[in-house]
Design a protein around this ligand. Structure first.
Ligand code: SF4
Ligand code: SF4
Length: 306
């Protein structure tokens, strides 16, 4: 029996074999995101040090209060950047820059069916390594990381204990929670949804009458259960910390998975242009689905449909 989860993983398996421009783009954006998180404390731009008291501000030793002020300003600056990106482009950061979302993606990669044991183990290692880098970057804001080697017994225990708890929590998130967190529990995501008009940039459906084969691949692959062909439709299935009845655009992570699937499905038919687009809005943002020119024959589809 096919379930929404098995349909989604069948699609993830199909697109996992693709070389796609988004893979490189995401690697760059996630590396940049982690680098910003790490560079601020590691260079001494702003960091407090609860271990050795070597607080830093603007690359120089500083009193605790000043360094803490720098840390708060650094976090505030990130808030401003993400706020502006949300106003212009919706939850783009969720799909491309959020390390927690990336950990969910590594979790998905482990569960894509049909992999060899070795390949699956490699996905585990990649997810764990990324989680470790993320938690270490967070830790670096609050302590000199040399504590992990040079601390006394108590400091070593506290530092390694914090690191281990963080990595285990991140790993467990990637194994079990994943996108449910982005969908219904992330407090930052809630705020992003609230300020995400996505008027200038986002996913939109541009030429359904010409090339949409109604395969439902975009619906099936969406990690947060949206209908990418009609993101103006109010979303009513959110629970937890989420905005009820806001349009799909507000909840869309701009992750591009629906675009990849759409390109895969439509490309197999040799049709163009691709009905779904992630980019600047030019033209109608919403077209109500109606009879397509050439609906796919379900028996021809390589993937299960809803
Ligand atoms: S609608 Fe598309 S871009 Fe938005 S969250 Fe779903 S799969 Fe990602
Ligand atoms: S062709 Fe593209 S837009 Fe149409 S249902 Fe399939 S994936 Fe969605």
């Amino acid at each position: 029996m096919t379930t929404p989860t098995s349909r989604r993983f069948a699609l993830l398996k199909a697109i996992a074999r693709q070389r796609h421009r988004y893979s490189l783009l995401r690697a760059v954006s996630q590396t940049f995101s982690l680098a910003v998180l790490a560079v601020v404390p590691l260079t001494g731009l702003a960091r407090v040090d609860f271990w050795g008291g070597e607080h830093r501000l603007l690359f120089h030793p500083a009193p605790f209060k000043h360094a803490l002020g720098g840390v708060v300003i650094g976090i505030g600056a990130m808030y401003v950047v993400t706020f502006l990106s949300n106003v212009a482009a919706g939850r783009l950061f969720c799909g491309w820059g959020c390390p927690v979302g990336q950990i969910s993606r590594f979790g998905d990669a482990v569960d894509v069916p049909g992999q060899s044991l070795l390949h699956r183990a490699l996905q585990h290692v990649k997810g764990a390594a990324f989680s470790g880098a993320f938690i270490l970057s967070m830790l670096a804001w609050w302590t000199d990381l040399r504590v992990l080697v040079m601390g006394n017994a108590i400091a070593l225990g506290l530092a390694w204990g914090s690191l281990a708890c963080g990595v285990i929590a991140a790993y467990l998130h990637g194994r079990w929670w994943r996108w449910e967190f982005c969908k219904s529990l992330c407090p930052i995501g809630l705020y992003y949804s609230f300020v995400a008009p996505a008027r200038y940039f986002g996913v939109h459906f541009r030429n359904q009458h010409e090339t949409c084969i109604e395969c439902n691949g975009c619906d099936n692959v969406c990690p947060v259960n949206l209908t990418p062909r009609d993101l103006m439709k109010p979303v009513t299935d959110r629970v937890g910390v989420s905005i009820a009845d806001a349009p799909g655009h507000n909840h869309c992570l701009e992750c591009g998975d629906c675009i990849k699937v759409c390109e895969f499905m439509v490309g197999k038919k040799g049709l163009s242009p691709i009905p779904l687009k992630l980019g600047h809005f030019a033209g109608p943002q919403r077209i109500t689905p109606s009879s397509p020119a050439s609906p796919v024959d379900a028996s021809e589809s390589p993937l299960p449909t809803r």
